[in-house]
Design a protein around this ligand. Structure first.
Ligand SMILES: [Zn+2]
Length: 86
């Protein structure tokens, strides 16, 4: 487990992120999620409160693109002879 610190570009809240693959991201909030305006606001049209922040998702994607955030690969043996799992 290697959690990396990241801040949401929009609300500036700090989270701990671990990225396993493009599709699998583990996010641990360092503060209450209600402090994120995106999450606390919910969707005004439906009244549904989101449990995640799109801005944070974008921030994570950007961090990955800039190699600030590196994907944690599960400790599988790697090599050219091994079949690719993904
Ligand atoms: Zn946010």
């Amino acid at each position: 487990m290697t959690m990396q610190e990241l801040t949401c570009d929009r609300c500036g809240l700090g989270v701990l992120v671990e990225k396993f693959s493009p599709a699998h991201t583990s996010i641990q909030w360092e503060s209450d999620t209600s402090e994120c305006p995106v999450i606390s606001q919910g969707n005004p049209a439906t009244g549904v409160h989101r449990r995640e922040c799109n801005a944070l998702r974008d921030s994570i994607d950007r961090a990955v693109a800039r190699s600030v955030l590196t994907e944690t690969h599960l400790d599988l043996p790697a090599g050219p002879d091994l079949p690719r799992l993904h």
